[in-house]
Design a protein around this ligand. Sequence first.
Ligand code: DX5
Ligand code: ZN
Length: 245
Amino acid sequence: MSQHTAPSERHAPVIAPSLLSADFSRLGEEVVALDRAGADWMHVDVMDGRFVPNLTIGPLVVSALRPHTSRVLDCHLMIEEPERYVGAFADAGADIITVHVEACRHLHRNLQQIRGLSRKSGDRVLAGVSLNPHTPVSALVHVLDLCDVVLVMSVNPGFGGQQFIPAVRPKIRELRAMIAAAGLPTRIEVDGGITVDTIADVAADGADAFVSGTGVLRSPQFGRDYAAAVAALRGTADAAMIWRT
Ligand code: DX5
Ligand code: ZN
């Protein structure tokens, strides 16, 4: 799933910088810089002004970014009626398409639809489901086998630069236990307020993919040194993932 992750390293940490914190006037250059810095996935936040109170980007921008990197384009759809747009995101070059439980009336059908789409490589698109901070893990019990990724929101979606919500930590532990019990390869991705100060806790809880916007692109500690930020996040996560066997 990642250029840096050999198949045998199933739980090698994935670092996914969020483009929401990038300089939008030079988004292509930012993607190239993140690629060179060792980012595994490029996290693309799609907002519709309805599901969340903000507007960002659509498939046209994903399509414009696609030639700039061969890394995984991880598209997080914070939109109502995502079934209307998932095909366009796949055509634009998305590798992972994540929809929100709270935005899907027919979640099972939506996941089947995403898994039926093809990537440029010919492989199928990977399907993700996201849970808002208030949504219990139990919402996924009957669709877990259709999820390649579960994205646990650790802020309320809509904006970058918010504070991590520690109350989501038990959900990560519960999910890791469910996934292990079912013997699934599902990744647990955490999104919101992830920095070198918070990543160890969620990694210890069972997350193995980490979105970080501010923590990579606007970090007071690392400045414009994206490679240092990515390496620090990866090293801290790797050391904390004690649940791996
Ligand atoms: C929030 C987005 C996040 C956000 C993360 O709605 O889904 O991906 O960009 O930004 P930070 O890391 O700054 O919290
Ligand atoms: Zn996101």
